[in-house]
Design a binder for this molecule. Structure first.
Ligand SMILES: *[C@@H]1O[C@H](CO)[C@@H](O)[C@H](O)[C@H]1NC(C)=O
Ligand SMILES: *[C@@H]1O[C@H](CO)[C@@H](O)[C@H](O)[C@H]1NC(C)=O
Ligand SMILES: *[C@@H]1O[C@H](CO)[C@@H](O)[C@H](O)[C@H]1NC(C)=O
Ligand SMILES: *[C@@H]1O[C@H](CO)[C@@H](O)[C@H](O)[C@H]1NC(C)=O
Ligand SMILES: *[C@@H]1O[C@H](CO)[C@@H](O)[C@H](O)[C@H]1NC(C)=O
Ligand SMILES: *[C@@H]1O[C@H](CO)[C@@H](O)[C@H](O)[C@H]1NC(C)=O
Ligand SMILES: *[C@@H]1O[C@H](CO)[C@@H](O)[C@H](O)[C@H]1NC(C)=O
Length: 831
């Protein structure tokens, strides 16, 4: 009550319109009575103050007015629902009211309805339209004994936002389907081209469509999550639930902690994203994206193909299948998919091969039974000649239920974590082939468990110790906000990685002998070492004179220890001895990329397919840093010498000393008085203004790609015809349609010209002057690995030698020291 009075008083001061409203009716301000209306300029606020309803313009300079609901207390009006999204008003004459004793309408100045709620049934007296604290606008009878008996509710007609408490899915009795439709653009709420909608054919699943074309499939619910969303996990922020009965099928979620705000949005690019509100930074933090990589593109590999993002190319065939059109497959068109080596004939001996770690095939043409077990499931499938696969429906508690597939199996991918088992029908002879190869493996399998037992016991002890040291709640949230206070300099001892003894390191590196020195990095020398068990390591010895303080050291250690990706160099541990600090990495026998691409002789050994592989690997590693690692890291010093190569020439990004970890909510942009990086790779906004963002890494990536393709350094580039650097040269060649001249002569023969031109095109998009024009890494990965059409690049940043000179002048004014020898620059400003 007290709260309400305070709110009313507050409102009296805030808005004159409300003053009239409140004063004249003295009623709660979360509802519109049958006899009332609200005009443009007036609003109602939900009782707890979470949401507000009124007219708004999506952009400050837009004359269009919409009736919408937005967050009241936070984020100054992130709009969550729009009534007349496709029929805006062009002036402030809008009025909302209840008509015909059953319908809520938005009227324009001529009293014509531009929008109406589709309430049906007879007219009722005593109606109200009430804005609930959940963000739901409901139409109900004020004196109804059941306050949840709604004639109509906005939760049944969502726009692009899925709020807690909404039922996302189908009422199977009435046929009503509640789904998301994207906005046309961030400033235009009208119906966009993307929808994400539950489909109840076969086992229900969600399809994300662009117009009518399916882009992404969530996969069916498997009891724990959607089969195609392995990153949907129990978490401290929200609790989700999937309900599937004869009456309805929907997905919903609740916020676990009422102080947390979270929403799910289908954005204008068709990405399904979850955001949480971070109050101390007053920003939305991207928490999860449903689509993560190229393998999430619907049916990328065609029928019976299987996508594995860690392979190149990502598409392959299921066991027992071969590419249907080998010639297309060879040029990266996998849409034809795969065909059986031996066709099925439904004879005796046919059976099933088990595939594990799978996103189950499209269930559009499937059949299910929730109670059958796997054995019954197998039997039923075998009996029906058109049944091609089966799987459990629910994988909880030892699994239950049965799904049968008929016909082609499409949109299958492999996950290294949280995939499922699927049993796929094969002809007798095929099955025999796989069974016998499995039999041979059995011998080894008996030996290994004995060894594993010991390891497991150790792991178990470690696990127990780790569990004990955990502080439940705080710890659980840590992954999203990993570095609460890495600047306060206080000692952090909870590093979860091995501490090496200094004696071990001395022995391994032969007392840091000059023979074992691998090179000089930005922060000190790097040594090769061999541990007593034969393992090769690389030791980065941080120079004592280095400006890298304990804070940075910990930053690097913490960052890298949390990052695990095949394209990132792996940190094995660290060593702290008095003032000396060292990082122990896995050893990379093939040194770094610059060692190859800038060397006359060695670069000939690096043929185009390898280079393309490396480009894609770096892109994936960077994408992981920017987006998938949950930490959101900006590398800030991406360059050829920071790309290490393992035995198989897989690229691994190294040197996170200057990486800055973001909480994600800081919109991954920042300003720093410490400019770190290497000229030639630095984006203009970073080098000149110290402004960095993920887009500065994208710039460096673009430079790197041009260097890989051309075998020339951006910085030391020279050309008889002009004074531009490599970026300028590439840009000019692209203007003159002579890009093929950019290719390193030593690989012209091995070069797949289409692939190479595409890579350069993408690189030119990455090095555009304005950060906003540059694509983000997920786009880059997509552009590299598919043939979506690419936009025309604009002029690159820093393409002139003169730009560089200007910059050196301006930075030296700001007291930033400059290095020209390719070693990282670290400079302090104003200290
Ligand atoms: C916050 O909302 C007020 C009132 O709608 C508006 O005037 C102001 O510009 C908004 N501020 C921001 C940062 O959007
Ligand atoms: C109301 O129903 C009509 C016809 O059934 C439909 O065209 C319209 O889109 C519906 N409006 C809303 C807001 O659902
Ligand atoms: C509520 O009020 C309306 C109009 O006054 C009346 O017709 C209706 O019977 C009432 N319903 C209940 C449950 O009291
Ligand atoms: C959300 O909370 C309500 C009330 O506590 C509860 O009845 C409902 O089951 C919850 N739903 C989910 C998905 O957790
Ligand atoms: C599902 O399977 C069980 C056990 O085989 C059977 O009793 C039940 O009738 C089946 N349900 C449907 C809908 O087919
Ligand atoms: C096989 O299953 C399909 C789909 O449920 C069904 O239409 C067909 O009749 C079945 N065939 C046999 C022989 O049971
Ligand atoms: C799984 O087991 C737990 C505890 O044994 C039980 O509460 C839950 O209902 C079971 N779930 C299913 C789907 O059987």
């Amino acid at each position: 009550m007290m709260k309400f009075i305070l709110r009313s008083i507050l409102l009296l001061f805030v808005s004159r319109a409300c003053l009239i409203f409140v004063a004249s009716t003295a009623l709660p301000v979360d509802m519109i009575l049958q006899t009332q209306s609200i005009r443009d300029g007036e609003t109602i606020v939900s009782s707890g103050g979470n949401f507000e309803l009124g007219f708004f313009s999506p952009a400050s300079n837009s004359p269009k007015r919409y009736l919408g609901i937005w967050y009241k207390e936070i984020s100054n009006g992130t709009v969550v629902w729009v009534a007349n999204r496709d029929s805006p008003l062009f002036d402030s004459s809008g009025v909302v009211k209840i008509v015909d004793q059953r319908t809520l309408v938005v009227l324009n100045g001529d009293d014509q309805a531009v929008w109406s709620s589709n309430s049906s049934g007879p007219g009722l007296g005593n109606l109200i339209a009430q804005l609930l604290d959940s963000g739901n606008l409901v139409l109900r009878q004020k004196n109804d004994s059941d306050p949840e008996n709604y004639l109509w509710q906005s939760f049944d007609y969502p726009g692009d936002t899925f709020l807690p408490g909404m039922k996302y899915g189908i009422d199977l009795v009435t046929g009503m389907n509640r789904y998301l439709t994207s906005w046309k653009s961030p400033n235009d709420p009208s119906t966009g081209e993307y929808t994400n909608r539950m489909d109840s054919n076969g086992v229900p699943q969600l399809y994300m469509r662009k117009d009518s074309e399916i882009q992404f499939r969530s996969g069916p619910w498997n009891g724990l999550r959607f089969s195609g969303m392995p990153n949907l996990k129990p978490n401290p922020i929200y609790e989700f639930q999937f309900v599937f009965t004869d009456q309805e099928v929907y997905y919903t979620y609740n916020l676990t902690d009422s102080s947390v705000v979270s929403r799910m949005v289908l954005n204008t690019n068709g990405e399904l994203q979850r955001f949480t509100w971070i109050s101390h930074t007053q920003g939305w933090n991207l928490y999860l994206t449903a689509q993560t990589d190229n393998c999430d593109r619907y049916n990328l590999c065609g029928p019976h193909g299987i996508c594995d993002i860690n392979n190149s190319p990502a598409c392959g065939c299921l066991k027992g299948f071969v590419p249907k059109f080998v010639q297309y497959w060879a040029i990266s068109d996998w849409s034809g998919g795969c065909t059986r080596k031996k066709p099925l004939d439904c004879r005796e001996g046919e059976g099933f091969l088990k595939y594990s770690g799978i996103k189950v095939p499209d269930t559009q043409n499937s059949w299910y039974n929730k109670t059958m077990n796997l054995k019954e499931c197998s039997k039923v499938c075998l009996k029906n000649c058109s049944c091609t696969a089966y799987a459990n429906m629910d994988i909880r508690n030892g699994s239950s239920g049965c799904v049968l597939w008929f016909g082609d199996l499409i949109d299958i991918r492999y996950y290294s974590e949280n995939g499922q088992d699927v049993y796929i029908r094969l002809a007798a002879s095929e099955l025999e082939a796989y069974r016998s190869s499995k039999g041979k493996k059995r011998m080894k399998l008996i030996v290994i468990p004995v060894m594993c037992a010991g390891v497991l016991a150790l792991c178990f002890i470690f696990f127990i110790l780790k569990m004990r040291s955990k502080q439940p709640m705080k710890e659980a949230i840590t992954p999203q906000n990993p570095e609460e206070d890495d600047t306060d300099g206080s000692e952090k001892t909870d590093l979860e990685l091995p501490l090496f003894d200094v004696g071990t390191i001395m022995a391994a590196t032969n007392n840091f002998s000059s023979e074992s020195k691998l090179g000089q990095g930005g922060f000190g020398p790097v040594y090769k070492g061999i541990l007593t068990d034969g393992q090769e390591i690389a030791v980065k010895r941080l120079s004592k004179r280095s400006r890298q303080g304990l804070g940075e050291f910990k930053n690097e250690v913490l960052c890298i220890s949390k990052l695990q990706h095949r394209n990132l160099v792996k940190l094995l541990g660290c060593c702290i001895h008095e003032a000396e600090r060292m990082l122990i990495y896995e050893y990379m026998p093939n040194k770094s990329l610059d060692f190859f691409i800038f060397d006359q002789r060695r670069r000939a050994t690096l043929e185009w397919p390898k280079r393309f592989w490396i480009i894609n690997g770096i892109a994936r590693g960077l994408l992981y840093l920017h987006q998938d690692s949950r930490l959101r890291i900006i590398h800030r010093d991406l360059k050829a010498s920071n790309i290490l190569l393992d035995r198989d020439m897989n690229p691994k990004i190294s040197d996170f000393g200057m990486a800055r970890s973001f909480r994600g909510d800081e919109s991954t942009e920042g300003n720093t008085n410490r400019v770190v990086g290497t000229y030639g790779y630095m984006s203009p906004e970073y080098a000149i203004d110290g402004l960095f963002s993920v887009k500065s890494d994208v710039f460096s990536f673009g430079v790197l790609v041009l260097e890989i393709v051309s075998g020339k350094r951006n910085r030391k580039f020279s050309h008889p015809d002009h004074k531009m650097n490599l970026l300028g040269h590439a840009w000019r060649l692209s203007m003159d349609m002579k890009l093929h001249e950019l290719i390193d002569e030593s690989i012209r023969e091995s070069c797949n010209e289409a692939e190479m031109l595409r890579s350069v095109h993408v690189a030119l998009l990455c090095v555009q002057q304005s950060p906003d024009d540059r694509p983000n890494m997920s786009k880059v990965v997509l552009m590299l690995s598919s043939d979506i059409s690419l936009p025309q690049p604009k002029e690159p940043g820093f393409f002139n030698e003169r730009d560089l000179l200007d910059m050196e002048y301006s930075t030296s004014k700001n007291n930033i020291s400059i290095s020209t020898n390719g070693i990282t620059v670290t400079a302090l400003e104003g200290r």
